[in-house]
Design a protein around this ligand. Structure first.
Ligand code: IPM
Ligand code: MG
Length: 355
């Protein structure tokens, strides 16, 4: 089993280190780790945010554990050299089109949610975000116009792209509460009209899943008004980017939530994928040992489940995290004072107790 470790920028390395501590505690047989540069640090060391060597390392692995990218010192670079291009490049080069972003309340942490506790308690949803298309990857540019310089970005989805993400979402719903909400803007966008028609065509193959449709503006409102109504949400790249941040904020801390990005390639152990916290590089707290490593540790659990076929280990990690959170070893983001390493150590101790 080969895992490529790409810690990246800001708090990425600190939180990834704690996830590796947890991985180490599992003492898995025949595991090889490779580490590569990605993001702003890669640009500074190698002149490119996604060096060819890093991409090859990711391709050759069974899974990728990713930290975060983003560095204020790189903010003025031309777009192709910005750290964010590294994650976008990995997603497209590796064909990782299905982004799974679970958001569920942690028992005892309802008070952290900006929502009323009774609403926060009911959150248990999964955003399935399309990751290889939409306005993110369309042609884009700048041109002159009567109103001065004009920026433009092409938004599109074809049926094949919608079908493959819809299949992932229907299958995810079958394993959960069997309810799927497709989010679009079909009252305005042609992209969304094709999206919606294609999702409806597939629904016949999943008679056990209840499908409904929501415009994105309404979905944003419903997420704060009654988030408990959602099971699986499937949506495009841009709407998914926005709604998944919103869903994670409803839970409380963005420092708790993990994500998986999966494609079609399978290995002898599972589905090849890239796993990363939902949070970013948080440069304001980088290097201070304050970051919450829970999202990275839960990303590792998703990696073990989806890419390495190690469900039991994934469950063990998730139980250890829950136990550690309820024993009140909590970081500053959760109103506590535990540091990054302290939280990692507490989770390892819980893990050993569960073994
Ligand atoms: C995310 C991030 C990225 C995105 C950025 C860093 C390019 O916001 O993973 O949600 O927009 O997809
Ligand atoms: Mg985002």
């Amino acid at each position: 089993m080969k895992i490529a470790i790409l810690p990246g920028d800001g708090i990425g390395p600190e939180v990834t280190r704690e996830a590796l501590k947890v991985l180490d505690a599992l003492a898995l047989p025949q595991l090889t780790l490779f580490e590569g540069d990605v993001g702003g640090i890669a640009y500074k060391r190698q002149g490119h945010p996604l060096p060819a060597e890093t991409l090859e390392m990711a391709r050759a692995a069974d899974a990728v554990l990713f930290g975060a990218v983003g560095d204020p010192e790189c903010d003025t670079l031309p777009r192709e050299h910005r750290p964010e291009q590294a994650i976008l490049g990995l997603r497209s080069e590796l064909g990782l089109f299905a982004n799974l972003r679970p958001a569920a309340g942690f028992p005892g942490l309802e008070d952290l949610s900006p929502l009323k506790p009774e609403l926060a308690r009911g959150i248990d949803l999964l955003v399935v975000r399309e990751l290889n298309g939409d306005v993110y990857f369309g042609d884009k540019g700048e041109r002159d116009s009567a109103g001065g310089r004009e920026g433009w970005d092409d938004m599109s989805y074809n049926e094949a792209e919608v079908r493959r993400i819809a299949h992932s979402a229907f299958r995810a719903a079958q394993k959960r509460r069997k309810k799927l909400t497709s989010v679009d803007k079909a009252n305005v966008l042609e992209t969304s009209r094709i999206w919606r028609e294609t999702v409806i065509e597939l629904a016949g193959e999943y008679p056990d899943v209840e499908l409904d449709h929501m415009y994105v503006d309404n979905a944003a409102m419903q997420l704060v008004r009654s988030p408990g109504q959602f099971d699986v949400i499937v949506t495009g790249n841009l709407f998914g980017d926005i709604l998944s941040d919103q869903a994670s904020a409803c839970v409380g801390s963005i420092g708790l939530l993990a994500s998986a990005s999966l494609g079609e390639r399978t290995t002898e152990f599972g589905t090849f994928g890239l796993y990363e916290p939902i949070h970013g590089s948080a440069p304001d707290i980088a290097g201070q040992g304050k970051a919450n490593p829970v999202a990275s540790i839960l990303s590792l659990a998703m990696l073990l489940r989806h890419s390495l076929g190690r469900d039991a280990d994934a469950n063990r990690i998730e139980r250890a995290v829950a136990a550690s959170l309820s024993s009140e070893v909590r970081g500053a983001d959760l109103g506590g004072n535990a540091g990054t390493q302290e939280i990692g150590d507490a989770i390892v101790r819980q893990l050993q107790a569960i073994a």
